[in-house]
Write a protein that binds this ligand. Structure first.
Ligand code: NAP
Length: 261
């Protein structure tokens, strides 16, 4: 029971395929109590029964694109969870048209939206959570290889993820003196609602299957277990890190030889 007695917030469950859901399931199995937050009423109907399965109350609604909404959410959170041991931030968005074609064609609006919702929201949430964090708390976000490599179609989201990864390091420095850790998981491609919007997503999954050292796709469960590690005291000395959970795909250079080996 690695998380027995620990309480945490989960931002970014849309359905049972969401990476945040996989992390929450692993955390629950190890004794954690959680409060979920969803962007809008639209997903409340879907997420409320999922939350109930893990013994969690009705999710809080918080569209992270405004500071007011985040502050309001934390008023509710404080009532239900006055002390916090972990936060999972699994939120990202971009305009559909910016996840295909050329990066150079990204509009100012599209650039700002991707950075605001996918990156700034992490620091805004960390800041609001700060007064309630217990020593040893763990703050976790989700990123992707497109932060450090040019992945076709990932475009502006890759640039936002680069900013998110850098934010992880700065936040780790800010929170470290309080004994609070900040990390990210860089997950390989997993079929989820948001992933399906990236043009050519299926190709990325197919390539990973043959090119990753483990010769398979990463699963939600793989991500969930790595999340559990980073949230738990098993990772007590780990902060400011980007942990790749991608079956090793990121270490490869030349993926496929002529004979297919
Ligand atoms: P997902 O199930 O679609 O989750 C994305 C979540 O972001 C949804 O719950 C969505 O809520 C939320 N969100 C978007 N805009 C929001 C806003 N303004 N306010 C609050 N919440 C908002 O997809 P996922 O793949 O699990 O994504 C989770 C994280 O993992 C993302 O950061 C993603 O970039 C990252 N990641 C995913 C993969 C992958 O292959 N799936 C790989 C690496 C990293 P609504 O649906 O209600 O808008």
């Amino acid at each position: 029971m690695l998380l027995k007695g620990k309480k945490g917030l989960i931002f970014g469950v849309a359905n049972e395929h969401s990476l945040a859901w996989h992390i929450a399931r692993e955390a629950y199995a190890q004794g954690a109590e959680m409060l979920f937050s969803v962007a809008s009423d639209r997903f409340l109907r879907k997420v409320e029964p999922l939350a109930a399965k893990l013994g969690s109350p009705k999710p809080i609604i918080c569209d992270v694109s405004t500071d007011e909404a985040i502050a309001d959410a934390f008023v509710e959170i404080r009532e239900q969870m006055p002390e916090i041991d972990f936060v999972v931030h699994a939120i990202a968005t971009a305009k559909r048209e910016d996840l295909q074609g050329r990066f150079v064609d990204t509009s100012r609006d599209g650039f700002n939206l991707a950075h605001d919702v996918s990156t700034y929201s992490f620091l805004a949430i960390c800041r609001e959570a700060e007064p309630f964090l217990r020593p040893g708390a763990s703050l976790l976000t989700l990123t992707y290889l497109g932060a450090v490599r040019a992945v076709p179609s990932y475009n502006v989201m890759g640039v936002a993820k680069a900013s998110l990864e850098s934010s992880v390091r700065y936040l780790a420095n800010d929170f470290g003196p309080q004994g609070v850790r900040v990390n990210a998981i860089s997950a390989g491609p997993v079929r989820t609602l948001s992933a399906s919007v990236v043009k050519g997503f299926k190709d990325k999954v197919d390539i990973q299957q043959v090119a990753a050292p483990l010769r398979r796709n990463v699963t939600g469960e793989d991500v969930g277990k790595a999340g559990l590690f980073l949230l738990s005291d098993m990772a007590s000395g780990v902060t400011g890190e980007i942990l790749y959970v991608d079956c090793g795909y990121n270490i490869m250079a030349d993926f496929i030889t002529r004979d297919g080996s």
